[in-house]
Design a protein around this ligand. Structure first.
Ligand SMILES: [Zn+2]
Ligand SMILES: [Zn+2]
Length: 279
């Protein structure tokens, strides 16, 4: 029997980390930053990273991301919190949409701040917000193999862009359970060759367990291919509310150990270190 979601059980005080916390600035998360940190302390995490949605550059939607003017306030808020909190380290991250054609503008904006890590993500394919429940009809009638190939092409371009340290929820395209009938192993493999060549980490995210697909991002087959290539992994919940911090971590740690991971990646000022996984 598995413990309630979000409870670490006997892994409490294990010193794990959660590198994917949102804040209300994105327009679809709730709770003060202090409440996220309080929850992290309560379940015994040693480190958390806020990685709220970077301002979208191709559309303005206050329910999806903070506005560009708000970015300095976000940076200030997380940085002040990092200095004032004790018992858990707080890192300044950001989750940035990789938007082909916006690379230079993205780099310019990122360069104005000192982040501990920058996560790259693909939530839009050719303008379609494919992970947004409002647009789920977009899957119907599509060639799913072509869609997956396109997704991993764009995410591979993100890996090669030089903008990012980590790729968030790397198989997000499975979110609603629309999967190609064809074998996709070689899509994963050629994408991960690009990730390994670029020296990026990928995120292991428990968020997928609470989505229609009901599976950690990435899936086990995918994660085995990461391990074969020595690709480092970060760990996160994609919390959009304080109670989601560290959710389903027992399942994530079990998966990581099963495929042979013994450590997870940490970042400080965009330099990578590592932490041993608990037994
Ligand atoms: Zn979000
Ligand atoms: Zn995301």
């Amino acid at each position: 029997m598995s413990p309630p979601s979000g409870i670490l059980g006997n892994m409490g005080k294990s010193g794990l980390v959660d590198y994917h916390l949102h804040t209300p600035r994105c327009g679809h998360a709730v709770g003060d930053l202090e409440e996220y940190v309080a929850r992290a302390l309560q379940i015994g995490l040693s480190e958390v990273g806020f990685s709220d949605h970077f301002p979208l550059l191709h559309l303005r939607d206050p329910s999806l991301s903070m506005a560009l003017e708000e970015l300095p306030e976000y940076v200030g808020e997380v940085s002040r919190l990092a200095e004032s909190v004790s018992g858990v380290r707080v890192r300044l991250g950001i989750e940035v949409d990789y938007l082909p054609g916006y690379e230079e503008r993205t780099a310019e904006i990122l360069a104005a701040h000192t982040f501990d890590y920058v996560m790259g993500a693909v939530h839009f394919l050719d303008g379609w917000g494919f992970d947004d429940p409002r647009y789920v009809d977009g899957y119907r009638g599509r060639d799913l193999y072509e869609l997956w190939a396109r997704y991993f092409q764009v995410l591979g371009d993100a890996a090669g862009s030089g903008l990012f340290d980590v790729l968030a929820h790397p198989d997000l395209i499975k979110k609603f359970g629309f999967r190609p009938r064809e074998d996709v192993t070689h899509l994963y493999a050629s994408f991960l060759d690009r990730v390994a060549a670029a020296g990026l980490a990928v995120e292991v995210s428990t968020a997928g367990l609470s989505k229609p697909v009901g599976e950690i991002y990435p899936g086990e087959d995918f994660l085995r291919l990461c391990r074969e290539r020595d690709i480092p992994v970060t760990l996160g919940s994609d919390a959009h509310s304080p109670r989601e911090v560290g959710r389903d971590y027992r399942a994530a740690v079990a998966l990581l150990r099963r495929v042979g991971y013994r450590e997870i990646a940490l970042f400080e000022r965009r330099r990578r270190t590592s932490l041993s996984l608990p037994d």
